[in-house]
Design a protein. Structure first.
Length: 434
């Protein structure tokens, strides 16, 4: 075993082989070797795909779907099947259709584009056979209902949408001048797909790179194509540059921006599983009734596990922070993203309940991970970043901040999952960053 230039060379001990296996930890040839390794992985997957597709005696059914990758699931467009079908990253939908039509020119291949509202069954067979009449199975009397479920923040808060009171409030109730109040990017797309693009870029591109603002056209276009968003890559880059450069607090103490965070001090998309004891959402409603950003949820029994992903967990100057990205459109001027407007948006979408749950999960994690953990000393609070309203020249713009009360947090802890002196079964994920 030897080390040189950030590489580790492992010598194969088998007599007569003389082979060396190199583990590159960051040498000047790292990117070249990484590309070579990925190419070799794809070659092996193609070999396995060939074996799979050619072993069927009568017929082989193979399915492929667009699945966005993360650290747990590979991106479907980087799979062997996607390579065989020429389904590449960043290719427009119309180009994909043309490619599939060309491949289907061979009579041994059948291709058909199905509309989203097509309810007609598709017969993929060379012979038209009468299908057997389908009959439902008869249940034996076993009761299948259970309160033991895998819950999420979304399932707890699911209820019919109610009209927002925000639209009835008069605009312009802010002391900022017209020049200060103008949002420079007013015509960005609205809706959930835009939010998915923002989340994807903040999750997969370093904050330092976003702060520079340039060289992101291909990456941004890939994300926009994936989620069907039409927006100029330059305009999206300008938005994200504002997001990472805006100081997150108007105060002087521990004011920092996303661009100030070290890569080793952040965890993106932190997953968690939290064991719930049997209870009811009515208990949650009672405990959080005094929070200005929490709306009561529909009464229901809860039991099982609570799961979710936290957009960003970071540490700055010894304190931990929880952050969540929001792309909600509240208006085109900075006053539209003032404290009152942000608080209203938080309440309308019940983001308050979300951050209470996230804080509880992370609070319990720190209790188990740090011997000297103290909530007041080590936890800095939560920040909800309304990205459309963030402006580097105005510290804290577009940011909703709160530090949940520890006494209420402990009551919520006892309500949801812990008896005195017991931590229960909790599972938390990390990341490649730490």
């Amino acid at each position: 075993l030897k080390t040189a230039q950030d590489c580790v060379t492992c010598h194969d001990g088998t007599e007569g082989t003389g082979r060396e296996l190199v583990m590159d930890l960051g040498s000047p040839l790292f990117e070249e070797r990484k590309a070579q390794a990925l190419q070799e992985v794809l070659a092996e997957e193609l070999r396995l795909a060939y074996v799979t597709l050619t072993r069927a005696r009568c017929r082989c059914y193979s399915f492929w779907a667009e699945v966005k990758g993360n650290r747990f699931v590979a991106d479907s467009r980087e799979s062997a099947l996607a390579w065989l079908l020429s389904l590449k990253q960043g290719v427009q939908f119309a180009t994909q259709i043309e490619t599939l039509q060309t491949q289907a020119a061979d009579k041994s291949v059948v291709y058909e584009l199905l509309a989203a509202d097509n309810d007609e069954p598709v017969m993929i067979s060379s012979r038209q056979e009468k299908a057997d009449e389908l009959m439902p199975l008869v249940f034996t009397g076993r009761h299948l209902h259970t309160d033991w479920l895998l819950h999420s923040y979304s399932s707890l808060t699911h209820q019919p949408d109610t009209p927002s009171a925000r639209s009835e409030r008069p605009a312009g109730s802010n002391v900022l001048s017209e020049a200060e109040g103008t949002i420079l990017l007013p015509d960005l797309p609205k809706g959930a797909p835009m939010g998915n693009v923002v989340h994807g870029l903040l999750e997969n591109v370093s904050f330092a790179t976003l702060a520079e603002g340039g060289g992101l056209e291909e990456t941004i276009q890939q994300q926009c194509t994936w989620f069907g968003v039409e927006v100029s890559p330059g305009k999206m880059a300008a938005l994200l540059q504002k997001v990472v450069q805006t100081p997150l607090s108007a105060g002087t103490a521990a004011s920092f921006s996303l661009a100030d965070l070290e890569q080793t001090e952040i965890i993106r998309e932190m997953p968690f599983y939290f064991r719930l004891q049997p209870g009811s959402t009515e208990q949650i409603n009672t405990l959080l009734a005094g929070s200005p950003t929490v709306s009561p949820v529909t009464p229901k029994t809860i039991n099982g596990y609570l799961t979710g992903f936290i957009d960003l967990v970071c540490r700055y100057q010894g304190k931990f922070y929880i952050m969540d990205y929001k792309s909600n459109w509240l208006g085109n001027r900075l006053p539209d993203y003032g404290l009152e407007a942000l608080e209203q948006a938080m309440r309308d979408h019940n983001y308050g309940l979300q951050y209470w749950l996230y804080t509880l999960m992370f609070h319990r994690y720190l209790q188990s991970a740090m011997n000297d953990y103290d909530y007041a000393t080590h936890f800095g609070g939560i920040m909800y970043l309304f990205v459309r309203g963030m402006e580097p020249s105005k510290a804290g713009s577009g940011v909703y901040f709160d530090l949940p009360d520890l006494a209420i947090l402990n009551q919520l802890d006892r309500c949801l999952g812990r008896s005195a002196g017991h931590y229960g079964d909790q599972h938390y994920g990390g990341s490649e960053n730490g």
